[in-house]
Design a protein around this ligand. Structure first.
Ligand code: HEC
Length: 108
């Protein structure tokens, strides 16, 4: 009986985590992919035109703290107005999930 409860519990925890990941992937596709591309490498028309940084580059990943990434998503970029602030459009939880999602672009 105890084992069954433990199994059920770990199963529901696992599904919650992947649901959050899926929600972040969905958000990325809807709101970010058009400029940053599916993989964050910005091989898009806008990406090339605006020379958007490749978010999968290890050097970029290393230079950014989670707070830096959160800040640019919330407040937009001061360097390029095409990167808009999302704090009115997304909840803090959604922004956090996108920070994690951006981290998944890291190679190797
Ligand atoms: C209309 C095009 C566009 C969309 C849509 C867009 N971005 Fe950007 N993003 C940019 C541009 C342009 C830059 C480069 C800004 C710069 O040089 O500072 C950028 C930069 C970034 C950076 C790196 C900033 C840095 O300091 O290196 C992150 C992280 C980022 N965007 C995340 C997102 C997320 C998450 C979304 C979706 C919620 C999103 N972007 C949607 C255009 C866009």
């Amino acid at each position: 009986m105890k084992t069954r409860i433990a199994l059920l519990l770990s199963f529901s925890l696992a599904t919650t985590a992947s649901a959050a990941d899926e929600a972040a992937a969905e958000l990325w596709t809807q709101k970010c992919k058009s400029c940053h591309g599916p993989d964050g490498r910005a091989q898009t028309q806008m990406g090339k035109k605006e020379s958007i940084v490749d978010l999968s580059q290890p050097a970029w990943q290393k230079a950014q703290s989670d707070d830096d990434i959160r800040e640019v998503i919330s407040e937009g970029s001061s360097r390029n107005k095409k990167m808009k602030p999302y704090k009115e459009k997304l909840t803090p939880e959604q922004i956090d999930s996108l920070v994690k999602y951006v981290r998944t672009f890291k190679k190797g």
